[in-house]
Design a protein around this ligand. Structure first.
Ligand SMILES: Nc1ncnc2c1ncn2[C@@H]1O[C@H](COP(=O)(O)OP(=O)(O)O)[C@@H](O)[C@H]1O
Ligand SMILES: [Mg+2]
Length: 254
């Protein structure tokens, strides 16, 4: 069993799930933890963001879920030491539909991930609360929710929390809401401030005190197949993800 399996989930697209999964995973790997990042989004942004060509993969998470490829043969070492990738590509889009007819359809990912030994597994979820995300929640020990500092930030969060509690009741009683992290924060706007106060009111100490600023260097890094540390370790974005990784480790170990 991996020590921690963290589903990075928000059914909205563009809130920073993939950026958060890649950069947290990369920092923890740099600290010497063994880390797997599991790309559970058919858009496969994690896979390409780590420098893999999603169109030339022999096998992906899709094949693993349907027992068409062995897990250890589907996991790749990345160019970051200690960081491994279970990749995705567009074929995973079919899994949402094909899983419906399968027995134990919510537990396919769990059955596979529990065979592994890592300090951390991050699951980068798709922007939906469908079966792939439910699989992620069943496999996970913890959920991390990135929330974009924007006007509609709170919208959808109650549905997300209710999905988490349904999964807890029916399938994964020990699933822990690790926390909510504010992404794409812009301290020049009062809107960002408002979103922060509202999230504080709702989530209390479940809100990470580290906020991820809007930072162009973070947006550039995936096009070079790099984490933010490798792309520009002195950028605001790099410092923020480093602090977030430390805060996450303190929360989990403390
Ligand atoms: N803090 C940030 N500052 C600037 N751009 C960001 C930041 N976080 C994410 N982005 C960019 O915003 C877009 C959406 O982020 P992404 O992590 O892919 O979100 P999601 O996985 O939730 O869809 C991407 O182009 C990404 O590079
Ligand atoms: Mg994504």
């Amino acid at each position: 069993m991996p020590k921690h399996i963290i589903a990075v989930l928000n059914q909205k697209g563009g809130v920073g799930k993939t950026t958060t999964a890649i950069n947290l995973a990369a920092y923890l790997a740099r600290e010497g933890r063994s880390v797997l990042i599991c790309d559970a989004d058919p858009q496969a942004n994690t896979t390409s963001g780590l420098g893999f060509d999603k169109n030339s993969l022999d096998a992906t998470l899709y094949d693993v879920l349907f027992s068409r490829s062995q897990l250890d043969k589907t996991i790749h070492a990345t160019n970051i030491k200690n960081l491994y990738l279970l990749p995705a590509n567009g074929s995973l889009a079919g899994a949402e539909v094909e899983l419906v007819a399968q027995q134990g359809r919510e537990l396919k990912l769990k059955k596979n991930l529990e065979l592994l030994e890592y300090d951390y597994v991050f699951i980068d979820c798709p922007p939906s609360l469908g079966l792939l995300s439910v699989n992620a929640l069943c496999a996970a020990t913890d959920v991390l929710v990135p929330v974009q500092a924007e006007y509609y930030a709170m919208e959808g969060l109650s549905q997300l929390l209710s999905t988490i509690s349904q999964v807890r009741q029916a399938l994964n009683p020990s699933l822990n809401l690790l926390g909510v992290v504010i992404t794409l924060y812009d301290n020049r706007t009062s809107l960002s401030e408002q979103v922060k106060s509202e999230l504080e009111r709702h989530f209390g100490d479940k809100l990470f005190s580290t906020m991820i600023p809007r930072n162009i260097r973070l947006a550039e890094a995936p096009s070079f197949g790099k984490s933010i540390h490798e792309h520009d370790k002195w950028s605001k974005g790099a410092r923020a993800y480093k602090a977030l990784a430390q805060e996450l480790e303190n929360k989990l170990d403390g």
